[in-house]
Design a protein around this ligand. Structure first.
Ligand SMILES: Cc1ncc(COP(=O)(O)O)c(C=O)c1O
Ligand SMILES: Nc1c(O)cccc1C(=O)C[C@H](N)C(=O)O
Length: 394
């Protein structure tokens, strides 16, 4: 009889973050897919109902001012800022990650010296970043060069205008060295643009500390903003005056209600805004961010590593050796908040796991992906998932 179930129980009992689970709507399912869609914070439905019934239903147009709708993109950006190590005034929320990748890349190229004609992109990236980078390069007359993050230092040079990288790889869960890569990019005179989709809310990012130039991220994963909740754009304060948006919509105008035919950009991160914000999603996100009150990202990171270590230990005990290959690095300095296991029948195995109440996801062609969200995932969840996995793989 394995001692792991008892150990899991003890680890849960000693876990200071365990009570946070009550802030979410969860059931008996072991939910290891918060790296795709975060769970629903329990207070969000009532808050959204208030936005719909009172702010929209009763106050109607007055809500742009009285309910703070107009300033929501920057206000909510300031709520996200401490989670990614940014001082206030550098993040605006709105649009999708894809759209923000576009804004960030074109703006970065416009800030770089004209002689720099290359844009480097993570060759292993979540596809949307690669597609958008290709279009940004084509529109600006630059050459797109896909390279793996490990190849970036060797690929940098006088020709590099900007580099787009993922902090954590969506497939393998590998955490890339943001401080070192940003420093290398700066040493060659280029701009560093980071996609934080798989790191924000799971581990410390340190945007200001490491001098990141521009960053984007989604809010529906570890920030639990809900399906399709708006993404965010970070523009380092020192660069804001030079941020020349390729999508200069009226919401980014210095005087939006001046209705001038001439465009004058607003000061600060507001330049990253485009058109009318998606208020319902934005305010659902704002409510969702309340779950972070009193929670430190450092504590979240410590639990995330403990959870993924424990899950790997359970998989090691419950699964026949060689049946799966772990593609997530073992070193803590190289691991995000997910474990990715490779096996040829991953698609079928994940279907069976989901059918028995263990929800992770399958990533083409052969990866089983298990995301660990420290705010609501426990050690018993990790043990149950590994046990079910071992049985399905047997
Ligand atoms: C690294 C990364 N970038 C971007 C996206 C998605 O972008 P969008 O929010 O535009 O769908 C995802 C996930 O969907 C992702 O994992
Ligand atoms: N954004 C998603 C969606 O709209 C539907 C299904 C999944 C997603 C995801 O976020 C996938 C996720 N970025 C991934 O890492 O695979």
């Amino acid at each position: 009889m394995s001692e792991l179930p008892l150990l899991a129980k003890k680890l849960d009992e000693a876990d200071e973050l365990a009570p946070l689970r009550d802030r979410f709507v969860l059931d008996e399912v072991v939910y290891l897919d918060g790296n795709s869609l975060g769970a629903l914070p329990a207070h969000v439905p009532d808050r959204v109902a208030d936005v719909v019934r009172r702010q929209w239903g009763e106050l109607r147009i007055r809500s742009w001012e009285e309910s703070g709708w107009w300033t929501a993109p920057e206000r909510i950006g300031d709520r996200i800022a401490p989670l990614v190590g940014a001082a206030p005034g550098q993040i605006v929320v709105g649009d999708s990650t894809s759209v923000n990748v576009f804004k960030a890349l074109v703006a970065a190229i416009r800030m770089a010296d004209d002689s720099r004609d290359e844009l480097l992109v993570d060759a292993t990236t979540f596809p949307t970043d690669g597609y958008i980078a290709e279009s940004a390069a084509r529109l600006t007359g630059r050459t797109l060069r896909p390279v793996t993050p490990a190849e970036v230092p060797g690929a940098l040079g006088d020709r590099t205008a900007a580099v787009l990288l993922n902090h954590v790889d969506y497939r393998t869960g590998r955490l890339h060295d943001l401080p070192a890569l940003t420093a290398a990019i700066h040493a060659c005179g280029a701009l560093a643009v980071w996609d934080l989709c798989h790191s924000a809310g799971a581990l410390p990012v340190g945007l200001d500390e490491h001098g990141v130039d521009l960053a984007v991220g989604c809010t529906y994963k570890y920030l639990n903003g809900g399906p399709g909740s708006p993404a965010y754009l970070y523009v380092r304060s020192a660069l804001q005056d030079r941020f020349d948006s390729p999508l200069p919509g009226w919401n980014s105008h210095a005087e939006p209600f001046g209705m001038s035919p001439a465009y004058t950009p607003a000061a600060g991160a507001l330049r990253g805004r485009v058109g009318t914000p998606d208020i319902l999603s934005l305010l659902a996100l704002e409510a969702a961010l309340d779950v972070w009150d009193g929670v430190s990202v450092t504590a979240v990171r410590a639990k995330s590593l403990a959870l993924t270590d424990f899950f790997l230990r359970c998989v090691g005990e419950y699964t026949e050796p060689g049946r799966v290959e772990c593609v997530t690095p073992e070193a803590h300095t190289e691991r995000g908040s997910q474990i990715a296991l490779r096996c040829p029948d991953a698609g079928e195995v994940m279907k069976r796991l989901i059918a028995r109440g263990v929800v992770g996801d399958f990533r083409h062609p052969d990866v089983l992906r298990f995301g660990f969200t420290p705010l609501y995932t426990g050690f018993r969840d990790a043990e149950r998932a590994a046990r079910a996995l071992g049985e399905e793989l047997a």
